[in-house]
Design a protein. Structure first.
Length: 365
């Protein structure tokens, strides 16, 4: 019996990994048919997506820009989404749904902006301080949500949605009252020393923006894989996510692991916030939540809730999102076609659980 179960499990695992790939291929094929109906060449249009991200060279460049300029700009946009998806995945490991990543990003970005972004600190102090503030702020909010869940049974979806609203309007009030820029209607830009992106760095005859956060994001991917695959704490969190009752009878501290998972999730969301507001943008828009926080939910599901899968799924979604602007101008195709591609990918990937169940039943026969 045991020998028969192993191949079935392997088949189920392989099948589950194939589903996102199939969804991606199918989505591009469907949109390719739509483009043909619109009398557009799908290969050219998809090529323009890649050109907009610096993955393929454009025909010409303006001023001191080239392919590397576009690529580093793409990395800058990709970084917060990668952190956001990892934050969602960390909570899902414990069976928790952190829908408040956007709010945690906003609070972390705001506090880092006020405490470090508007000071006269040197870069070697300001940049690490921004990162520390982001991690601590996000972790504290995540820990609060986890504590409310364990101690009072308050559903984390409800509490995180409420935190989103509170963060959005309270921070909007402070920005509009104390930090608003009358021209841009955004918060005042942070100091160059506190930016997690090195702006306008001269490299030969061109100028590029170097996102420092991408180094942290890749390190976070490696750390998450190690933590959840190789450590006792990571195993306990996954055990709680699989079955809290079974974990409790196995002697695991369910409450501690719920809080720990949310602390990790919040810390990653905090990193998403500081790389978004003090890296990619450099200011905060009042009364708006970052879309990357919500997009991270879909990206985490597309990546199978695994850090390596999330690395590639966030890369793909960022290509589609970032490259759509150039695609629209170069090919004459509405940028909304990129949203159609993304929507189809996520729609099919959302059926992952059903397809996995069918594959496991087929494997058991």
């Amino acid at each position: 019996m045991k020998k028969q179960m192993v191949p079935a499990r392997e088949k189920d695992r392989v099948g589950t990994a194939i589903i996102p790939v199939v969804s991606i291929v199918f989505s591009f094929l469907v949109c390719g048919v739509i483009l043909l109906i619109l009398k557009k060449n799908p290969v050219t249009v998809y090529g323009d997506l890649l050109k907009g991200c610096g993955l393929l060279p454009k025909g010409s460049y303006a001023g001191s820009k080239n392919m590397l300029t576009d690529f580093t700009s793409f990395l800058n946009a990709w970084t917060p989404l990668l952190f956001s998806a990892l934050a969602v995945a960390a909570a899902l490991k414990a069976g928790l749904f952190n829908i408040g990543v956007s709010g945690q990003m906003l609070v972390s970005g705001y506090l880092a902006t006020v405490l470090a972004g508007y000071g006269d600190l040197p870069a070697y102090v300001a940049k690490p301080l921004v990162i520390v503030i982001g991690i601590i702020t996000g972790a504290m909010i995540g820990g609060l949500v986890g504590g409310l869940k364990y101690r009072f049974g308050i559903n984390e979806v409800v509490s995180t949605i409420m935190i989103n609203y509170i963060a959005q309007y309270v921070i909007s009030f402070f920005i509009n009252t104390f930090y608003i820029n009358p021209i841009s209607r955004q918060s005042n830009p942070v100091s160059k020393a506190a930016r997690l992106t090195l702006m306008d760095v001269k490299a030969g005859n061109i100028r590029i923006d170097i996102p420092l956060g991408i180094i942290l994001a890749v390190a976070a991917v490696v750390w998450m894989r190690f933590f959840f695959q190789k450590t006792t704490a990571g195993f306990e969190i996954k055990a709680v996510g699989a079955s809290r009752t079974a974990a409790k009878y196995a002697g695991r501290n369910v409450g501690k692991n719920i809080v720990l998972a949310m602390v990790i999730s919040g810390g990653l969301a905090g990193l998403a916030g500081v790389t978004y507001y003090l890296g990619y943008f450099g200011s905060i828009g009042p009364r708006t939540l970052p879309s990357a926080g919500f997009d991270g939910i879909a990206v985490a599901l597309l990546g199978g809730n695994q850090s390596v899968g999330i690395f590639f799924s966030s890369f793909l979604i960022s290509i589609i999102s970032k490259g759509s602007t150039y695609m629209s101008s170069a090919s004459g195709v509405e940028a909304e076609i990129a949203s159609v591609i993304t929507g189809l990918i996520l729609l099919i990937s959302a059926c992952n659980a059903y397809f996995s169940h069918r594959l496991s039943k087929m494997g058991g026969k």
